[in-house]
Design a binder for this molecule. Structure first.
Ligand code: FBP
Length: 545
């Protein structure tokens, strides 16, 4: 594999481990835990993995011996920077415990376990992937692990390879499924442990126990660099409004963090839109009025950040999408040709939803009907919200011009930042965090745990002071309605409007809208002073302050 100079230098980086994971390690157990909601239902569904204690790893003087053990690892869902370092942490700890232990990677996501597609991860392979972005070492996929047949098929290969534990690196849905798998194997007495790891650039897998999901730090820093560059360009040419859509399928954490880093003129936060029951027209009015206000000051340029999931948070759009979901899952829908689809949909929708559907530009209306992902989610990354909003703003400004309320110029450029950041080389924060998560996961397995997620806390302090351990996955669960059925799930963390990150943004946004307060964060730095290279996100600093 040919490598750049940076790749070569970066592969030698030794991730910093918390003191508790460095030498001999012992485990400290806390009190029994409860789920965050619906305790009785969750306990009944997870009789073998409910109520276990929180655990922490602490330095020890005792040198333990470990029998050789085989472990499997799976990358699940969207890529996130640092995934390879979780695998490196797992591998190094496993081999440190006993050089005869083996790590198997299941290929292309959870489907690899079911279909028996795997590879052994060796020293030579790991050496190629240290501190690299991407999930290409073993690939990822979105197969949902939820059925007994899948668990049984997995068990066959687990037995064949003499695997004792599986580590699933994924988001809230994948970790919920990891817990279901852990419970299934525990209930059957299979002797197979299952451990999760919190991954997603979206940042929506966090709670009292999980400070942040890995990948969020690097992805936001990557987007913030490019947004900063665009802001410099906007401020240099002074002729464009840039509409920038940012990944984050549901929560607006990425958009909010980028706003805190870059101070754009506008950032829409989906959670606020929902809370205030805003319509599409309210959002368009807000953007157009900022454009008009800046134009009055002679500034016909600016930046607008739009979270990818916005469309599903606008109450009228949410109702439309819900009806479309039902409609498109009928056999009748499958028989309608692409040419007739729009007319057919309009004839079937309720009057209110048909009116919303008809008011949308045809491209966006078509994007709303595209295939759902395996978890039943609308693929919001394919919906061009940035174009929808800029087209609607342009129309509004034309109307205002005719009424003499707007005398400026409006020209828009569109961007979507998502895939650009998901596989970036992990920042020092993510490289260290992920390596510690992998090490923790291996320790959880060595200590006989199942149904736990590896965690690392206190991550705004220097890495040696980080606290590694594990949280029972059931502790983070409650019951929610999913696709018409009540299901046990890990609560998704949306942006809290009473949280410090949003309040900080809200306190500044009027000033950022009117004036040009752009910040240009520059690229991620891997080598240099710690205040440049080891900073966590602003979101995390504000939350942990
Ligand atoms: P995960 O929740 O699996 O981490 O994925 C998040 C994400 O990156 C979203 O931000 C985005 O909407 C989605 O993946 C895109 O999915 P795909 O890779 O299937 O296009």
């Amino acid at each position: 594999m040919e490598k750049s100079a940076l790749q070569i230098a970066r592969s030698a980086y030794q991730p910093k481990l918390p003191l508790g994971l460095r030498g001999n390690v012992s485990i400290k157990e806390g009190q029994p835990t409860q789920s965050v909601g619906d305790q009785e239902e969750i306990k009944a569904l997870f009789p073998n993995t409910y109520g276990m204690p929180l655990v922490e790893f602490v330095p020890s003087n005792e040198k333990k011996t470990y029998a050789p053990m085989n472990m499997g690892v799976i990358l699940s869902g969207g890529q996130a920077p640092g995934g390879h370092n979780v695998i490196c942490g797992l591998f190094d700890e496993l081999k440190k415990q006993n050089p005869d232990s083996k790590l198997y990677g299941f290929l292309m996501g959870p489907g690899g376990l079911v279909d028996h597609k795997y590879m052994e991860i060796t020293d030579e392979i790991v050496a190629e992937y240290r501190n690299t972005g991407g999930f290409d070492l073993i690939g990822s996929g979105r197969t949902k692990l939820e059925k007994a047949e899948q668990f049984e098929a997995g068990l066959e290969i687990i037995r064949e390879l003499n695997i004792k534990a599986i580590v699933i690196i994924g988001g809230d849905d994948s970790n919920t499924n990891a817990c279901v798998l852990a419970e299934y194997y525990a209930a059957k007495g299979c002797g197979v442990q299952v451990i999760g790891c919190p991954k997603t650039i979206d940042g929506d897998l966090k709670n009292e126990q999980i400070e942040t999901s890995f990948g969020f730090d690097t992805a936001c820093k990557t987007y913030a660099e490019v947004i900063g560059n665009i802001q410099r360009d906007a401020n240099s040419a002074r002729k464009y409004w840039h509409f920038i859509k940012l990944m984050g399928r549901s929560a607006s954490h990425i958009a909010l963090e980028c706003a805190l880093q870059c101070q754009p003129n506008i950032c829409i936060i989906s959670e606020e839109v929902e809370e205030k029951n805003q319509t599409l027209d309210d959002i368009v009015n807000y953007i157009a009025s900022v454009v008009a206000q800046r134009a009055a000051d002679g500034n016909n340029f600016g930046t607008v950040l739009i979270p990818e999931g916005l469309i599903e948070f606008i109450p009228a759009m949410k109702a439309l999408i819900a009806e479309l979901n039902d409609l498109l899952s009928t056999p009748e829908a499958a028989a309608v040709s692409a040419d007739d689809q729009r007319a057919w949909i309009l004839s079937k929708l309720s009057a209110a939803n048909a009116a919303v559907y008809e008011s949308l530009p045809e491209t966006v209306a078509r994007q709303l009907t595209m295939e759902r992902d395996p978890h039943g989610n609308v693929q919001v990354s394919l919906i061009e919200t940035e174009k929808l909003l800029s087209e609607m703003v342009a129309k509004k400004l034309d109307a205002w011009k005719a009424e003499g309320k707007f005398a400026g110029k409006f020209a828009a450029q569109h961007h979507f930042f998502g895939y650009e950041g998901r596989c970036a080389a992990p920042s020092n924060y993510d490289a260290d965090y992920c390596y510690a998560l992998g090490t923790s996961a291996a320790q959880l397995v060595a200590n006989g745990k199942t149904g736990y997620m590896a965690i690392v806390k206190n991550t705004t302090a220097p890495a040696e002071e980080w606290i590694a351990g594990g949280v029972p996955i059931t502790m983070m669960m409650n019951m929610e309605r999913r696709h018409g059925e009540m299901k046990p799930v890990i609560r998704k963390a949306l942006v809290r409007l009473d949280g410090a990150p949003f309040k900080t943004f809200a306190a500044h946004r009027d000033e950022w809208a009117k004036n040009t307060c752009f910040v240009y964060p520059g690229p991620i730095q891997y080598f240099g002073p710690t205040e440049v290279c080891d900073q966590s996100t602003i979101t995390l600093r504000l939350e942990q302050a």
